[in-house]
Design a protein around this ligand. Structure first.
Ligand SMILES: C[S@@+](CC[C@H](N)C(=O)[O-])C[C@H]1O[C@@H](n2cnc3c(N)ncnc32)[C@H](O)[C@@H]1O
Length: 222
């Protein structure tokens, strides 16, 4: 992996669009629609900007693996592994006929992240935390921080809970679309948990997409 800072200009959402369409082409309609438009919602472009070229990447709650695919195409990720609790999302990833050999999406029934993430340079978790059951969110983040080895970069992105408007729209959206109660967290709560578990915060950025404000935290295990 090259460790020097990227000299590339920041990615634009529109640069992700053709690759997302390519990746989702053979998925069932619901996933095809979600994945093909994933660049519009959330902070994929900012997350990808933080991934060094050639990294070995692990994505927690990777859904169909769209971020992993983008990391291979745009950041030349040399490993792109992830897992998700949703059998349907993993099954949708299996319909992709042009899966690169570096990409591996698996199904898991474990509500907490794997205890050992030592083989990776970067661990990402994007728009997953607000879906984790509210009483175990703090433990989830602590366990994740403890699974990461020194030097590994964690990139955690989610809906910003401090923003009242975004917080409410996210809750309403998931209640209406997914029949699920979600809890967006304040980025300040997450940085505190990470710091208390041996991680150093290296950056925090925000972006808006439609009605959602997202944060992107990067942190390194000391
Ligand atoms: C909004 S989707 C985001 C998927 C993907 N990370 C992305 O950004 O496109 C949230 C995902 O989190 C997964 N999820 C929810 N709870 C989880 C947990 N405890 N561990 C792993 N994944 C989880 C869901 O199955 C779902 O696929």
């Amino acid at each position: 992996m090259k460790t020097e800072p990227s000299k590339n200009s920041p990615l634009r959402r529109s640069q992700l669009s053709p690759l997302l369409r390519e990746y989702s082409r053979s998925m069932p309609l619901m996933y095809r629609t979600k994945v093909a438009n994933r660049d519009i919602i959330g902070a994929f472009h900012l997350v990808l900007d933080c991934i060094p070229q050639g990294a070995r990447l692990f994505d927690v709650g990777c859904g169909t693996g769209a971020l992993l695919y983008l990391a291979i195409k745009l950041k030349q990720a040399t490993l792109a592994h992830g897992y998700d609790l949703s059998r349907e999302a993993v099954a949708a990833s299996e319909t992709v006929s042009t899966t690169p050999p570096e990409l591996r999406v698996t199904h898991s029934t474990e509500v907490f992240p794997p205890q050992d993430l030592t083989n990776y340079d970067v661990v990402t978790m994007v728009d997953v935390l607000h879906h984790v059951a509210s009483p175990i969110q703090d433990t989830f983040v602590s366990k994740l921080a403890n699974a990461i080895s020194p030097g590994t970069l964690l990139i955690l992105a989610d809906i910003e809970g401090t923003n009242l408007f975004s917080n409410i729209t996210a809750r309403l959206h998931d209640l209406a679309v997914n029949k699920q109660r979600v809890r967006p967290r304040k980025s300040t709560d997450i940085t505190t948990i990470l710091t208390n578990n041996g991680m150093q915060i290296t950056s925090i950025t925000w972006c808006w997409s439609v009605v959602f404000k997202s944060f992107v935290i990067t942190a390194k295990k000391i």
